[in-house]
Design a protein around this ligand. Structure first.
Ligand SMILES: [Zn+2]
Ligand SMILES: [Zn+2]
Length: 390
């Protein structure tokens, strides 16, 4: 969709998010966000009305809108002293989401940035806004999970509702189920949460079954599209077109919030879907069209998962920001960005925005297509029917 439809897009950035760092060797290395930010900056996409925005502070007391007091207390204590005893069940011990010094402040800055993106979109200073460091969709009310401490997405959606927004649609394209956001709103009919992900039978967090459609008081407020390992972009997009588009149109949200994790890429080391950068560009374009057609253009986007730190994450989110802003990608990645990559990672940077086509065996493709079609049929009879969208 052309940028002429509207003007300013905000890229929210707070230096403190660099501190969201679980330490050497952890897959969620902050350099991934730094390299994405710098690729957007140096590709000339922050021109004219498109600019960076620094978030207003987020009141830490408002964390309790989503998270339980005992969990918040545990995060604060471990943030001051990461070697202190970890309360059982807080999810903050050794493992995926280990405590680190300054964890509370860094996670709060991530949340403040996603709330700022929502604020800018709601008050009209920006038509779309993006927080690259956001998308911590696994954080639960009472515990950390899957590299996520505070659920910036749930906090931003809650903030929107507190401003009087009546309906929010949330679409999560990360390869993992967007469980934390779904749990936060599974009993709230004002929030429609949608997640397309690799099936929980094969991947963390193990949830997101097709029949998981929301709490008893809000059936149809959650929609899950589990996909088989080996699913390619055409199958992914076919499922999106069949169920996501119609349900979001019928729901007619005031704001669209999207988590743009890029760990569905074929080369991602943590998961097994087979998408390319071109597929992701097609998804971003679908989301953009949907934001204008169903949500008055109001679109809040975040980053998310993605563990090919050099080859995929910076390019996927620069492609996303080009879509938000209607900007044109340069034919090649800027030379000063390539130098930065070598300096920061000692690896060779990608030189353009094109990647290799993927090869999938016929049997795997057939099974993946069959499973996606089965999920679509099921969702037509359950979620779409409830929204009058079948
Ligand atoms: Zn993920
Ligand atoms: Zn637009």
């Amino acid at each position: 969709m052309a940028g002429s439809r509207h003007d300013g897009v905000a890229l929210v950035w707070d230096e403190r998010v660099r501190g969201y760092d679980f330490g050497a060797g952890h897959p969620l290395a902050p350099v991934r966000v730094e390299l994405a930010l710098e690729l957007i900056r140096r590709s000339g996409l922050l021109r004219g009305p498109h600019r960076e925005a620094v978030p207003e502070p987020f009141d830490p007391d408002d964390l309790a809108r989503v998270h339980h007091p005992a969990y918040l207390e545990a995060v604060r204590a471990l943030s001051r002293q990461p070697t202190a005893t970890v309360p059982p069940g807080s999810g903050l011990g050794y493992g995926d989401t280990p405590a680190f010094l300054g964890m509370h402040e860094a996670a709060l800055a991530v949340a403040a940035s996603t709330v700022e993106a929502a604020r800018r979109v709601l008050d009209g200073r920006a038509v779309h806004a993006m927080n690259l460091a956001g998308g911590l969709h696994h954080a639960m009310p009472d515990r950390a999970a899957g590299f996520c401490v505070y659920n910036d997405l749930a906090l931003a959606i809650d903030w929107l509702l507190r401003q009087g927004v009546e309906r929010v649609a949330y679409i999560d394209i990360d390869v993992h189920h967007g469980d934390g956001v779904e749990v936060a709103f599974r009993d709230d009919p004002r929030v429609l949460t949608i997640s397309l992900h690799e099936s929980g039978r094969f991947l963390f967090p193990g949830t997101g079954d097709v029949d998981d459609i929301g709490g008893p008081g809000a059936l149809g407020s959650a929609m899950n599209v589990p996909l088989l390992p080996g699913t390619t972009g055409d199958v992914w997009l076919g499922a999106f077109d069949a169920v996501v588009e119609p349900v979001v149109r019928a729901f007619a949200p005031d704001v669209l919030v999207t988590q743009l994790g890029c760990d569905s890429h074929a080369s991602d080391p943590l998961a097994h879907l087979m998408l390319t950068l071109d597929d992701m560009a097609a998804i971003h374009a679908r989301l953009h069209a949907l934001a204008h057609e169903a949500a008055g253009g109001r679109w809040v986007a975040t980053g998310g998962g993605g563990y090919r730190l050099v080859d995929v994450v910076p390019r996927a989110w620069t492609i996303a920001f080009a879509e938000l802003s209607g900007g044109r990608l340069p034919p090649e990645t800027p030379l000063d960005w390539q130098d930065l990559v070598r300096e920061r990672t000692r690896s060779e940077p990608p030189v353009d925005f094109v990647d290799d086509p993927v090869e999938v065996a016929d049997g795997i493709r057939r099974d993946a297509l069959g499973a996606a079609e089965e999920a679509v049929e099921r969702l037509r009879r359950t979620v779409l029917a409830r929204h009058g969208a079948s």
